[in-house]
Design a protein around this ligand. Structure first.
Ligand code: PGA
Length: 252
């Protein structure tokens, strides 16, 4: 791959859909390569599936074993539900040979506020995130930091927006949770590297808004414009509405 160009401080990489998982992996390895025991925040959803598949195909169990993985969010539904993020991690992350169990929210905990505090404290004790892998909601959310979330927000239980519940309904159906447990923007934006992934035409509008619109709580992903080390990996469809033009930043 050739060199990408840097915007303000955000590095934007645009690749064909077929190269998406590999490109995401390249940037994950670049950000964590020099770290002995990298602490990595992991997104769920459709977007990072190719990244986890690429990690598995890489077959480096010794390296994967060094990663200390943290979930960035969880649904406020039953923890043993097949659509819970813990089921996703079991099949996409923990199935990678060598991978450690993900440290994650327990939505069945009797006191969810205390549970959010517990995971946040474990993350702080680990030294914070070296890298966070992020998807972007069509409403601009990062993890379950929905529009309106402030940059200083901490791990907490939140009410999901209609947009997030609609996205969840495809899997959860009538059991769609109304809340989510999430790391706050403070913990997420505190990551030394933020790696945002987006693919598909349905994300083109929100990607353009996040990267080129005003930075603020109306679109939490727009806070990445202020991050000291943000890398955004897009496929050509998700990059299609960037004003600077996908062609100018394309690298494949
Ligand atoms: P998706 O979800 O990867 O399934 O599109 C992204 C998100 O809502 O953060």
């Amino acid at each position: 791959m050739g060199a990408g160009t840097r915007g303000q401080q955000v590095e934007i990489v645009v690749v064909d859909q077929g190269a998406f998982g590999e490109a995401a992996l390249e940037h994950l390895l670049r950000a964590t390569g020099g770290v002995a025991r990298p602490v990595v925040g992991l997104a769920t959803g459709n977007t990072p599936v190719g990244l986890y598949a690429a990690l598995r195909a890489r077959g480096d169990a010794a390296w994967i074993a060094r990663v200390r993985p943290f979930a960035i969010d969880e649904y406020g539904g039953r923890g043993d539900h097949p659509c819970a993020n813990r089921a996703y991690f079991a099949s996409h992350w923990e199935a990678i040979p060598g991978a450690a169990a993900v440290e994650q929210f327990d939505p069945d905990a009797p006191d969810r506020a205390a549970e959010c505090g517990r995971l946040a404290a474990a993350l702080r004790a680990a030294g914070g995130l070296d890298l966070v892998v992020l998807g972007i909601g069509r409403n601009g959310h990062l993890a379950f930091n929905e529009p309106g979330s402030e940059a200083g927000s901490m791990a907490r239980e939140v009410r999901l927006t209609e947009a997030s519940m609609d996205a969840a309904r495809g899997c959860w159906g009538d059991e769609t949770p109304e809340t989510g447990l999430t790391l706050g923007l403070a913990e997420i934006l505190g990551a030394r590297t933020a790696l945002l992934l987006a693919n598909g035409a349905a994300k083109a509008g929100i990607v353009a808004r996040a990267l080129e619109g005003a930075s603020g709580p109306g679109c939490p992903a727009s806070y990445l414009q202020r991050h000291p080390r943000a890398v955004v990996v897009l496929d050509t469809d998700a990059a299609a509405l960037l004003r600077r033009g996908a062609g100018a930043i394309r690298r494949d």
